[in-house]
Design a protein around this ligand. Structure first.
Ligand code: C2E
Ligand code: CA
Ligand code: CA
Length: 638
């Protein structure tokens, strides 16, 4: 009976196509990838020699016995390598490859060497296979040794995988078992039928399974830019950290991508990112490039020379406009540099730290370079400590409310207050709300804090109802996450009504940047709250790029001018005239205008002469605790 090699030919074609695609993709120069390529090529060659030796024996017959012998010997030499190559590949899947896996692989090298010697020795001894005087193929007494050898390796892989399960993880172990199951099934069928040559087929299918589950380079590439994705960065960085290898990271944030997408269309934004990926990839041979988030790339390098060279090259390139489709576009970047990133101890920490570094600058102006230093690192760990404390603080409701009275120029007294949150840490002391609010926002805790605080605020007003004879409204701040939480507005209203308070006593502050970015959500929320008589104040006007059109369409009745607008009004006529004109414009539209951050008499005199109706600032009062507020209001009545 002649053997059926159709399956072998089919799988060989598939593997050739696989190799073609595999080679053309970006890959890290890593043991796992290198051994996979080796395994792939070995598997292909093994199948190839399986086919040609079978054809030579069955078609060539006795005339080609010598050729068949050579081809079969090569085939068996490969058969001796395949189980070992699979073993090495499983070692690279372990997290501790460099410490343990590599040593295991070296230790087991004796097995394929012995096997190959046996195969070579077969040329004289014909213990495995041979050709008789008529040139007819026969199997020798040691023929089963090849099978036993493969089975022993399979057992070794399975048992060792189980022992080092924690280093391998469930997914990888499962895939290895799948591989072995496919192989064994094919070997069994081949053994049972004798003519269906399926061992090579099983090997090919196994390799394809590995490709799709564990070694598919596409899975590690970002779809848009074709460079490595953030999941791969995490994996790669963890590998380096565990192996105690030194590396430095440079991140590049394209701060204006959002605006560019909005103004020039997403294809322009995408093009900038794709160009950046190509440009940075080609900057060096020896670095690793990752897309860490929508608008952030990360480059990892091994040497300080390379680190300095790349940082400067990137800065040089992006300090001027970039060319996209023939147009020159201003596209400032923030370049953050972290030397000895492995010291962060964890890839997540590195990502968070880069995020933190980039958040310390606003990125609205020119391209700039930041270098990690001691101060930056302690700021980061401070934030982490705050983060860790927030859950306790929420659970035990440790936040306080402070009140900053707002002075009405017309009435000559305080007629409003802003409620501000405070948090004290047992060892760090008072934590600035700028910090704990933004940490809470990042960790999706702000709605819980906002709700707790509003509850406290309602309880306070209920207890000191008479302050509302003096005060027209109490302003409180809402964060974007609070606006987006469905039903949040209703819960706030419910709190007000439960405490038997008047919703018209409350005013929601929404910052300018939030109003611009989340306009649609705000429309909905303001409708819900507005129905009940709550009014709205636009906070921090002038601190960013407000989209005036959107803002004017929203139901704000009060506009607070940001304190940053005040700096310079005393000595720069241009700044002064700018402030005055804003006041004029909003006054003409009958908004109530609050000047925030007034600290001196000169500032107070100037802004009130321009027609600002209310003043919030240290000049009149700092934020006070509940008792302090009652005191101040009592004094004012005297
Ligand atoms: P904000 O809403 O702009 O609040 C005004 C901030 O300016 C307060 O800072 C206030 O203490 C400060 N301020 C008032 N007058 C002056 C002055 O004359 N000079 C200077 N230098 N500063 C002045 P604070 O209390 O540190 O709050 C910072 C920010 O934290 C607030 O800015 C607000 O955005 C946020 N925040 C505070 N409490 C809450 C809260 O309960 N919920 C939410 N979502 N955000 C809050
Ligand atoms: Ca505010
Ligand atoms: Ca403000």
């Amino acid at each position: 009976m002649t053997s059926n090699i159709d399956f072998l030919i089919g799988i060989l074609i598939v593997l050739i196509i696989l190799v073609y695609h595999y080679v053309g993709q970006h890959k890290l120069n890593e043991p796992g990838n290198n051994i996979f390529v080796f395994f792939l090529v070995l598997g292909m060659s093994d199948i190839f020699f399986d086919i040609v030796s079978t054809v030579s024996i069955e078609v060539g017959g006795p005339y080609y016995a010598d050729l068949s012998k050579v081809l079969l010997t090569v085939f068996y030499l490969m058969q001796a390598c395949v189980p070992y190559a699979l073993y090495c590949y499983t070692q690279t899947l372990k997290r501790n490859y460099r410490e343990v896996g590599r040593r295991n692989a070296q230790r087991m090298l004796f097995a394929p060497v012995l096997m190959m010697l046996l195969v070579l020795f077969n040329c004289f001894s014909e213990l495995i296979f041979g050709f008789d005087d008529q040139g007819v193929y026969f199997t020798g007494p040691l023929y089963p040794a090849m099978y036993i050898y493969a089975v022993l390796f399979a057992l070794l892989i399975a048992v060792e995988g189980l022992i080092s399960y924690s280093q391998l993880g469930a997914k990888k172990y499962r895939v290895m078992l799948e591989f072995m199951l496919i192989m064994s099934l094919c070997v069994l069928i081949q053994y049972a039928t004798r003519f269906l040559l399926l061992t090579g087929f099983g090997l090919g299918v196994g390799i394809i399974v590995l490709y799709f589950t564990l070694s598919n380079p596409r899975e590690r590439l970002d779809g848009l830019t074709d460079i490595f994705n953030v999941q791969y960065f995490e994996e790669w960085a963890m590998h380096q950290i565990k192996g105690g290898r030194r590396f430095h990271v440079i991140s590049i944030d394209f701060c204006r991508i959002k605006q560019i997408n909005k103004i020039l269309g997403t294809h322009t934004g995408d093009q900038i990112l794709v160009d950046a990926g190509n440009y940075i990839w080609n900057l060096s041979e020896s670095h690793y490039l990752f897309r860490l988030s929508g608008n952030r790339f990360g480059v990892a390098v091994r040497t300080l020379d390379e680190y300095e060279r790349l940082r400067l090259a990137l800065y040089d390139h992006y300090k001027s406009d970039v060319a996209v489709e023939g147009e020159r576009i201003e596209c400032p970047v923030i370049i953050c540099g972290l030397i000895d990133a492995q010291e962060m101890g964890d890839s997540n920490n590195i990502l968070n730290y880069i995020e933190y570094m980039a958040s310390t600058v606003d990125g609205k102006g020119k391209s700039l370079m930041l270098q990690s230093d001691h101060k930056m690192v302690s700021g980061f760990y401070y934030n982490k400590e705050v983060e860790a404390y927030l859950t306790t603080a929420i659970r035990e409701d440790l936040f306080d409310i402070y009140f900053q009275p707002i002075y009405s120029i017309k009435d000559g007294r305080f007629t409003a207050v802003e409620a501000l949150s405070r948090l004290r840490h047992p060892t760090l002391g008072m934590i600035s709300p700028e910090i704990f609010i933004s940490v809470a926002e990042k960790n999706n805790l702000i709605s819980q804090i906002g709700y707790l605080q509003f509850k406290k605020l309602c309880a306070f007003v209920r207890e000191h109802r008479d302050i509302m004879d003096q005060i027209q409204n109490i302003k409180f701040n809402l964060s974007p996450a609070e606006l987006m939480t469905t039903g949040y507005a209703k819960r706030l209203i419910a709190l007000i009504l439960e405490n038997d308070l008047n919703p018209a006593w409350f005013q929601v502050e929404i910052t300018e940047s939030m109003a611009t970015e989340y306009s649609d959500v705000i429309y909905r929320m303001t409708a819900d709250l507005g129905k009940n008589g709550i009014r709205f104040c636009l906070d921090d006007f002038g601190s960013g790029f407000a989209n005036l059109n959107t803002v004017l369409k929203m139901p704000f009745s009060v506009i607070k001018l940001d304190k940053s607008l005040l700096s310079g009004i005393l000595n720069d006529p241009k700044i002064a005239s700018f402030y005055k004109n804003i006041v004029d414009v909003f006054r003409s539209m009958s908004y109530t205008i609050v000047a925030e951050g007034v600290e001196t008499k000169e500032e107070m005199d100037l802004v009130s002469s321009w027609g600002v109706s209310m003043i919030q600032g240290y000049y009149y009062s700092k934020p006070l605790d509940g008792e302090g507020l009652i005191e101040v209001l009592k004094d004012a009545q005297k």
